[in-house]
Design a protein around this ligand. Sequence first.
Ligand code: COA
Length: 389
Amino acid sequence: MAANNQTQRYAHIIGWGKYAPPNTLTNDELAKRVDTSDAWIRERTGIVERRIATKETTATLALYAAQDALEVADIDPKEIDLVIVATSTPEYVFPATASIVQDQLGAENAGAFDLSAACSGFVYALSVGAGMIRSGQHNTVLVIGAETFSRIVNWKDRATCVLFGDGAGALLLRGSPHYGGVLSTVLGSDGSGSELLIVPAGGSKNPASLETVMNNMHTVKMNGREVYRFATRVMVDATKQALQKANVPLEELDMLIPHQANARIIDYAAKSLHLPPEKVFQNVEHYGNTSAASIPIALVEAIEAKRVHPGDHLVMVGFGGGLSWGSCAVQWTIPTVTRPMTPQRAAQSRLRYRWSNFKSFGHRVLRRVDSGVSKVLDRLEGENNGNGA
Ligand code: COA
């Protein structure tokens, strides 16, 4: 549904959800695979454990997070105008993971695309989604960050495999003429640092070959020290810029939701911004770096911990491969107490998604039948034309 473009519009967050695979990998377990230790990982990163997808894929993680966001907002998937999935670990090169999620959700009236900006992806996607709403192009936008980095790390490289984990988080945005929601966004990029954090093969520069596979070029390569230096600088600057653009003084910031890559980077930013620990959310110890999923997962956990309240000013700030960075100032506007999930609501929701799956299956079958029948009809028409000549 297109929104009325005559009045100023704001993109409010009306739903939120997260999903992390239940399978946990602790530092001690990792230490049995590579030459590392729980003490080293904790001290240098703050990470204690991470979630690793087993049978899940990026699309299924995204779908579960999105379903939760829709439950919170209590809206029908048909009301969604656009689905954006921020990811660096998509289901395929194409089709977009967002299209798979759109189909499985039953978001029949939505457009869908993936957005690639590495660990800054979620903030970029939020910025695009909010912009679509502000411009009047769309009214209801689902923004998801979803990753399965466990599928692209080199499990023999101790410098990177200890850092990452899998998960997904989703926010549902809706247009409103009332002030609040996403107040400002800041996006940045410095491609001169593109080699510092990279998966070198699988794209047009180094397409998949025996050589790229043998040389482990489809996995994450990182210059940790340089990325660390970059991250500490941009987190502070981008947070200040988003607040300034939103006309919110730093003293009125209630909660910083930073990208969860490393506790030391987060602590450095908090100290530089003179923010006390209660104003900075951290959950990197339980998830590791889930890339584009880390900010929405952290926000949802902050909400669940009752650390977000109506009227609060939040900043979400991310950084990562590109090099890229982004921040976003938000005024929270709605109560965070969600309706209890009654057995009736749960059953209704299960039925809705089963029905979506069934309809999707039906469409696939129908497409095949249609293609087969069309071929037969074309052949018959050709024969008839031949006979008539
Ligand atoms: N276990 C034990 N030792 C390890 C190790 C591990 N998992 N990984 C690296 N080391 C070793 C190195 O080999 C090196 O040994 P050496 O001195 O004998 O050569 C030593 O630890 C120090 O390595 P260094 O890379 O200098 O460590 P560091 O203090 O910079 O910490 C990171 C490494 C990766 C934790 C840190 O650089 C970092 O967090 N960078 C940012 C990464 C990031 O956030 N990436 C994602 C961005 S979205």
